[in-house]
Design a protein. Structure first.
Length: 295
């Protein structure tokens, strides 16, 4: 039954994690980053009736390896085990400060290919680590400009996560800031809306990397208080332009003023904001911003 298969997968995950922690006892080599998910998984294995764990166990494996001229480089493997692992592949992203974006993409796609070809349905974290130890350093020297990997391949495999950020600011009045928000969104192909006044609300949606770039620029401006109130990430299969467009709830990024009142015409009608969000299928966000049920 699936129930049995699930239990078996969970048991395999736990014994593999135990093995990793006995082989790599030091935090700097192996560290579980989501202790709660691990506890849930153990509880599931020990109790017949336990709920299926809601989140994947996530951990970091760090691998030091020698590069030319005998200096050591550290590669970090950020790993997550899907609930059905090992019948499905683990999610692994290898990073190093010495890899360029395209070298990193190529390294990760080659690792995935290696795992797909060699491990169907069996635990493979140690093999993945070995592969990284033996092969990763070679990618640091790869010159991808002239190789068969064109920029479009790189963006193809990069376009995988669609993100929507809900940003909250104490207030947004400044004309220059308001212009920046709209210009940057346009430049980064992000849609959404910005509600100036007090409080200020910015929503941007699009490719994850573009949202992160937008946030890092906005954050650097001077604010009394600004924070990401909520973030949505959707993994896209294939991740082409059409897939991204399908996820959007807003056609472009525009400034929205809802019946402004107050001395400077700056206090927005939050009831209107609520109806606007409701129309777009985002009513639940209102509560995250203002801590009350909208109506």
């Amino acid at each position: 039954t699936t129930e049995m298969a699930n239990h078996e997968a969970a048991e395999i995950q736990i014994s593999e994690l135990d093995l990793l922690s006995s082989m790599f006892p030091y935090e700097e080599e192996f560290a579980v980053t989501d202790q709660l998910a691990l506890a849930e998984l153990k509880h599931y294995v020990e109790n017949e009736s336990a709920e299926v764990p809601s989140s994947k166990v996530q951990f970091i494996l760090n691998v030091k390896t020698e590069v030319r001229n005998a200096s050591m480089v550290e590669f970090s493997m950020a790993c997550a085990l899907p609930f059905k692992y090992p019948t499905v592949l683990p999610e692994i992203t290898v990073r190093s400060s010495l890899l360029s974006r395209s070298q990193q993409i190529l390294l990760n796609s080659d690792l995935k290919t290696y795992l797909m070809q060699n491990f169907s349905g069996e635990p493979c974290m140690l093999s993945a680590r070995e592969w990284v130890k033996d092969h990763a350093a070679a990618y640091i020297d790869k010159d991808l400009s002239s190789s068969s990997m064109t920029a479009s391949d790189a963006t193809q495999s990069e376009v995988t996560t669609f993100t929507r950020l809900w940003i909250y600011s104490h207030h947004i009045y400044n004309k220059q800031k308001r212009k920046n928000i709209i210009d940057w969104a346009k430049e980064l192909s992000l849609s959404g809306f910005c509600m100036p006044g007090k409080p200020g609300v910015i929503c941007v949606e699009g490719l994850q990397s573009s949202c992160e770039e937008f946030w890092s620029r906005v954050r650097r401006l001077t604010w009394k208080r600004i924070l990401i109130r909520h973030r949505e990430d959707v993994s896209l299969e294939g991740g082409g332009h059409a897939e991204v467009q399908k996820q959007r709830k807003f056609p472009t990024l525009e400034e929205k003023c809802f019946g402004a009142h107050g001395a400077r015409g700056n206090h927005m009608d939050l009831g209107q904001l609520y109806h606007f969000l409701e129309e777009k299928g985002c009513a639940d966000i209102f509560q995250m911003y203002f801590g009350v049920e909208g109506h």
